[in-house]
Design a protein around this ligand. Structure first.
Ligand SMILES: *[C@@H]1O[C@H](CO)[C@@H](O)[C@H](O)[C@H]1NC(C)=O
Ligand SMILES: *[C@@H]1O[C@H](CO)[C@@H](O)[C@H](O)[C@H]1NC(C)=O
Length: 388
């Protein structure tokens, strides 16, 4: 056994020659001369590893490592984008152009202190005209004075949401050192009412925060303080906002005369059940006929001319016709209206219902088995009856 192993590992010359050729070939490629040593792989680079951002005064220094897949890299390209709130118009205008390097660090200057930037670093291979990109968020900051109280935050903005308010701000461009941001939340009382105590929240990072669990319709004052732990204080800015109330009522959006067709019908391979037939089968409340969206309190009812449009989410009642009419499922011709497929609209339908799964089969809405293009399609017509 041991002898066998030795034999396998034996001929160093035979192995060395192809390896040498490989190295020579790799060295000839432009990539290798620039950043990577011999032995880098001829692959599209994955993103640079260990991307870190170190903020400076008006600048951010990015450091990073080679792509983890060992690909050859021509150069590393870095760009900054002001996509992180709060977006300062001046910062957007002066966003520096893309820079590139063959080293493993790059300093991007001419940035606005306090503005958060997203930095993208791409491991670029000329051979593949591209490569993977890593990203990191950082905000340049002026050196602060630990002996001075922090100045008030700037550009404080409040955006009301449903029962919440999002606050965004930027640190002052100079002044004392900020250790944390303290937000005081105070309900504004109408005259004569006793004021309730303010509530405080603390944040390590500025930018934007969302204050949730607020009373809809109540006016609040939000004060954001730049807080120095050493000096136990700092200046603040205030803003007022009223959280929105959730929409109160469910509403039903009627869509008369059509429903989202299944694939076979949309492709013209079968005649779809008409609204009349869906109605006759008692399927008005099926998940594909009645899309219930709790997020917007909206119900979309297809074939509403027959099914009606109930704004009650619990109502899946199907106003089925008497049995006699249910025989109308013969392969009748579809109305032109029903043919106007709305297949895409069914994509967001509630997933809970297995009826939807049955119906969602490519021929689930066919009145008769579809004309088949392949043998394995021939039995699918049976799917047409989900039997709700
Ligand atoms: C910074 O911007 C100024 C003008 O806005 C320009 O003159 C200077 O060259 C820029 N510096 C860098 C490093 O881009
Ligand atoms: C705030 O309200 C909006 C709706 O206006 C909602 O989309 C968002 O998820 C809420 N955010 C939080 C953190 O509650």
């Amino acid at each position: 056994m041991a002898r066998h192993c030795r034999q396998r590992a034996a001929p160093p010359l035979k192995l060395a020659l192809p390896l040498l050729l490989l190295l020579l070939a790799a060295a000839a490629a432009q990539e290798v001369k620039l950043v990577s040593g011999p032995g880098c792989a001829d692959l599209p680079p994955s993103p640079p590893t260990e991307l870190k951002a170190t903020p400076g005064d008006g600048s951010v220094t990015l450091t990073f490592g080679r792509p983890s897949n060992g690909a050859c890299v021509s150069e590393y390209q870095a760009r900054a984008a002001v996509t992180v709130l709060p977006v300062d118009a001046a910062a957007t205008r002066s966003a520096p152009p893309r820079q590139s390097t063959q080293q493993f660090s790059l300093t991007i200057a001419n940035l606005t202190n306090g503005q958060q930037y997203k930095f993208f670093v791409k491991a670029y291979a000329a051979r593949y005209r591209g490569g993977g990109e890593a990203q990191v968020v950082a905000a340049p900051a002026a050196a602060c004075d630990p002996a001075a109280l922090p100045l008030a935050p700037t550009a404080l903005r409040a955006t009301p949401g449903v029962a919440n308010v999002t606050l965004c701000w930027a640190p002052a461009a100079s002044g004392g050192c900020v250790d944390e941001w303290r937000v005081a939340i105070q309900a504004v009382q109408q005259s004569g009412q006793r004021s309730s105590p303010a509530e405080y929240r603390r944040y390590n990072k500025g930018g934007c925060v969302t204050i949730a669990s607020l009373a809809p319709g109540q006016l609040y004052t939000f004060s954001v303080q730049a807080y120095s732990a050493a000096l136990k204080g700092g200046a603040y800015a205030s803003v007022q906002a009223t959280p929105l109330a959730p929409p109160k009522q469910w509403r039903c959006v009627p869509v008369p005369g059509l429903y989202p067709l299944c694939e076979a019908a949309a492709a013209g391979r079968c005649a779809p059940l008409t609204c009349q037939q869906q109605f006759a089968k008692g399927q008005c409340g099926a998940p594909f006929m009645r899309i219930v969206d709790p997020a917007t309190l909206t119900i979309v009812q297809y074939c509403s001319d027959l099914c009606g449009c109930s704004a009650d989410p619990a109502a899946t009642a199907t106003r089925a016709m008497p049995d006699a009419a249910a025989t109308a499922t013969a392969a009748g011709s579809a109305t032109p209206v029903a043919r106007r497929a709305l297949c895409a609209a069914s994509a967001g339908a509630s997933s809970q219902a297995s009826a939807a799964a049955v119906w969602a089969s490519p021929s689930g809405c066919c009145a008769a088995p579809p004309r088949s293009f392949a043998d394995d399609d021939t039995t699918e017509g049976d799917d047409a009856d989900p039997g709700l």
